[in-house]
Design a protein around this ligand. Structure first.
Ligand code: SGN
Ligand code: CA
Length: 534
């Protein structure tokens, strides 16, 4: 492969074709300017889309970290790969996975960053993973079984480790690298160099922020509300020097816990929340005046709620700023090493995330903001994908671009797509579909017209009930079960923000019947045992 050539036609492949799969944790499409310009500018992430494809109807199968990662690595829904929820899941690493299939075909394989599948990674030549959720500061990694603490900020370090591995690999062989960032997972701790960068921004409050959940009783049961569940200390860092905030005038704040970054007592050179003294000093210099003002202002009611939303958005976007900078570093690395022409670069998140829509943070629901996930793909050589046209209802804030792919894709499709790209046969038991033809401008007539979703983690943190459902081009139907039995139906053409559950309304009988049939068909097709219990 001649480095520096502008375009590489598929037919002209002359050398090994590499794959870098980059996944953030909880990165919402709302906070990628390739999708939405209202909140933040992410030029480095956008460049991948500009030089490739922007998927405008990309979804997950189960909106939670471990399950999403298991879907990705197996190409199968949760009930097939066995990892249905974070709380009890332990990934069975003896099963068929993408890195094993690529390894058998001669690829060098590496897994760097957040893994979150509990059992040790299998099938990788090299793995260097964050422990559990990973820490933002001075995180502990496990490198091929050996624990080590690395000093610095997680997003930078994860990039460094990935680059070191790419440097040390056998350059004669193709490679597959998973580069998974911990950012921007809760509790959204920015790099010290990014503290305050968005302090002069006032983020637009989502129109559904004060949702009262009328017609959606299950949505009212969650515990992921910015107003009632987001913690000013743990999430928004308003702990004073004693590690607590004393606000006798505001009983609403009494129940707040201690801050993550002040959780541990000073110990050696790494102090509270894993920061060292220099990091902590920079952090305090930024937060102390904000904490003092917060205590003095004693906000209540909507003033407090909207202050929380602004703080949330500032912290979250500051964390994204570091991600974007690091994607720029990865791009430069590929350029300098002549890899832009022979490497497929995928950028995505383990799920979508609520940025205050319906009053929420977190994910889990089959509602659009968390069911969707960003997906930007840069083909080798930067060949722009030709636009495809469907009738699927996507957020109007996306607009339309010449390199949009708007067919339905889901995270079970990543494994078969990457295998297809690498020229490796796709095993029959993989449930996803290769979207490589879509990237080449072809749209198979048999391409899926509906998506299946199943979320299992209840009872658990955030109290989102178990549910499964079907999403078609226009409608979304979901069934919440376990300790509830509620159906929700949304017409996304008339109600894109999903405020009106029309299930059971007069006039919806026919469409409901069609959607129920489609749901049953998908449960058959994917062989989900829940069908037998209905
Ligand atoms: C942690 C967070 C939750 C989050 C889950 C799952 N709580 O438990 O807010 O929903 O992770 O996230 S925290 O108090 O530990 O921050 S996931 O992306 O890993 O699935
Ligand atoms: Ca996640």
């Amino acid at each position: 492969m001649a480095a520096g050539s502008c375009t590489v036609k598929d037919e002209e492949r002359a050398g090994p074709m590499n794959v870098i799969y980059i996944m953030c944790d909880d990165h919402s499409y709302q906070t990628i300017s390739a999708y939405d310009r209202r909140f933040i500018s992410t030029p480095n992430i956008d460049r991948l889309a500009d030089e490739g494809a922007r998927f405008t109807n990309s979804f997950v199968a189960n909106s939670l970290s471990g399950p999403s990662r298991a879907c990705m690595i197996t190409g199968k829904h949760s009930h097939k790969n066995g990892f249905t929820n974070n709380e009890h899941g332990i990934f069975d690493g003896s099963q068929q996975t993408l890195p094993k299939l690529l390894g058998a075909a001669g690829y060098q394989t590496a897994m760097v960053g957040k893994w979150h599948l509990v059992s040790d990674p299998t099938g990788f030549d090299y793995w260097d993973i964050l422990t559990g959720q990973g820490d933002y500061y001075n995180p502990v990694f496990i490198r091929n079984g050996e624990r080590l603490t690395r000093r610095g900020y997680s997003t930078d370090i994860t990039t460094d480790v990935a680059m070191q591995w790419m440097d040390s690999r056998d350059k004669e062989k193709p490679f597959f690298l998973i580069l998974n960032y911990k950012a921007p997972h809760r509790s959204w701790m920015p790099d010290t160099q990014d503290l305050g960068i968005y302090d002069d921004v006032t983020y637009p409050l989502p129109g559904t922020f004060y949702d009262d959940y009328a017609t959606r009783p299950v949505a009212a049961l969650q515990e992921m509300s910015v107003i009632k569940d987001m913690n000013v200390i743990y999430d928004l860092k308003m702990a004073d020097k004693e590690g607590e905030i004393h606000t006798p005038d505001n009983p609403d704040l009494e129940s707040y816990g201690r801050s993550l970054y002040r959780q541990d007592l000073p110990e050696g050179e790494v102090v509270s929340g894993r920061m060292d003294h220099a990091q902590q000093a920079l952090w305090d210099a930024y937060y102390d005046p904000i904490i003092e003002k917060f205590k003095k202002d004693s906000l209540e009611g909507r003033d407090l709620y909207e202050w929380k939303y602004q703080r949330y958005m500032r912290d979250y976007c500051s964390v994204i700023h570091s991600v974007d900078r690091n994607i720029g570093r990865v791009y430069e690395y590929l350029k300098e090493n002549g890899l832009l022409d022979n490497t497929l670069v995928i950028y995505t998140s383990d799920q979508g995330f609520f940025m205050g829509e319906h009053g929420f943070f977190d994910k889990r629901f089959m509602y659009e903001e968390s069911f969707r996930t960003p997906l930007l793909v840069r083909m080798p050589g930067g060949n722009k994908a030709p636009r495809s046209m469907t009738k699927v209802y996507a957020p109007t804030s996306f607009g339309r671009q010449s390199n949009d792919i708007d067919a339905f894709v889901q995270n079970i499709d990543y494994a078969p797509t990457i295998l297809d790209f690498a020229g490796v046969p796709i095993p029959d038991d993989i449930q996803g579909e290769s979207f490589l033809p879509l990237l080449k401008g072809k749209r198979p007539s048999s391409w899926r017209r509906s998506l299946y979703y199943h979320y299992y983690e209840y009872p658990a943190e955030h109290a989102v009930r178990r549910h499964y459902g079907v999403r078609t081009e226009r409608y979304s139907l979901m069934h919440f079960y376990n300790d509830v039995d509620e159906w929700e139906l949304f017409d996304l053409k008339e109600d894109p923000l999903q405020m009106h559950n029309i299930y059971g309304n007069a006039g919806t009988e026919k469409v409901t019947r069609e959607l129920m049939d489609e749901l049953e068909r998908l449960q058959d097709q994917y062989d989900d045992p829940i069908k037998e219990k209905n």
